[in-house]
Design a protein around this ligand. Sequence first.
Ligand code: FES
Ligand SMILES: [Fe+2]
Length: 385
Amino acid sequence: MMPHNNQLERNAYIENEWLRAEQAGLFSDAWCFVGTTRDLAKAGDYRVVQIGTFSILVVLDKSGNLNAFHNLCRHRGTTLVDEEKGNIGAAIVCPYHRWTYGLEGGLRGVPDKANCFPDLDRTKLSLKPAGLGVFKELIFANPDPTARFDEWIAPIADRAWPHDLFAADVKEAVPLTYDLKCNWKVFIENAIDGYHLAYLHENTLGGPTPDKNIWEQAGEHMIWYANEDGIRHRLPKKTRDENGSTGTIKSAAQTGYGGVYYLFPLTLVVPTPYGLSISSLKPLSPGRTRLDYRHWIGPWQSRDERKYIPGYDKQSDIISSDNWTKHPLETDDFQTEDVWICEKIQRGLSSPAFEPGPLSEGPGAEDPIRWFHESLNNRLRDGFT
Ligand code: FES
Ligand SMILES: [Fe+2]
């Protein structure tokens, strides 16, 4: 089936074959957000992140270096660490036969080596390295150890970026996990769609209309800017200036940095004059995506908002549309409105009657979806030949 205007075909959102092609041709070389340098402050502190079918372990060693490895033992392949964060101590020990690795990845100990592996050369069985990069205290990993972080981040690195993301009085709020019943691309396409802001979000964001916001391409990434009118509804009554004193609100237009940074393929960073949020997507199946949401906020904001979030389930600590108790458009929460529409799109896509309709023109409308499809077509071309 030929896609309409080069748009992705319906199968891209519903077929396992597509997800497999993405795992092989996109996520195998994708930079994904792991955490911040503050998360990994003491030797042994680690984070594990799932990138497509890869599990990546990032750990701080005793010399203060961050190391990224594939999270599996070089003996028989047992995953080494199952928890997503913690402190691993002085070494990484496989629970199966207790092969032991240093925090820098070298194989240190093999039980009963003299009898069982007389010829084994430990230096050849270090943990498999993964790619690692740090940008403004944000740590990213890539399953491919040869991937060039500097090249990936370059188009963003020379753009204006809020300089005080981790100002002393910015604290992390309780992280949130969403269980989304949609393909990961549906969520991204909605996030970069400037056309819906004034309509779906009429009662929350209240705009901006396509002429009052703009997405700019930065390599495969994109940055969103809105003029003052466009985002005034999102700003709190008070915020702080660079000196930390409570002052007047600055819009993204005034501060010169973007309101949203989409870091291709799976990360959305949303800085504001008063904090920052990072959304990382984990595609689980064609119709299901986990969204990890971390946010840093000013001291006057509540650090734990979970009980106010529509669809939050205390037992599982997960946010899901299964638990909504009122209509999404009555929740006063634009994220809930977005989740609602993404899941509706996914249901529409599951009908064989679906075919892509025309996309609106303009960088404040649906051009970004065209750019996104172009990047995916470029990356995945080989997977379908
Ligand atoms: S699988 Fe890890 S020590 Fe055997
Ligand atoms: Fe939205």
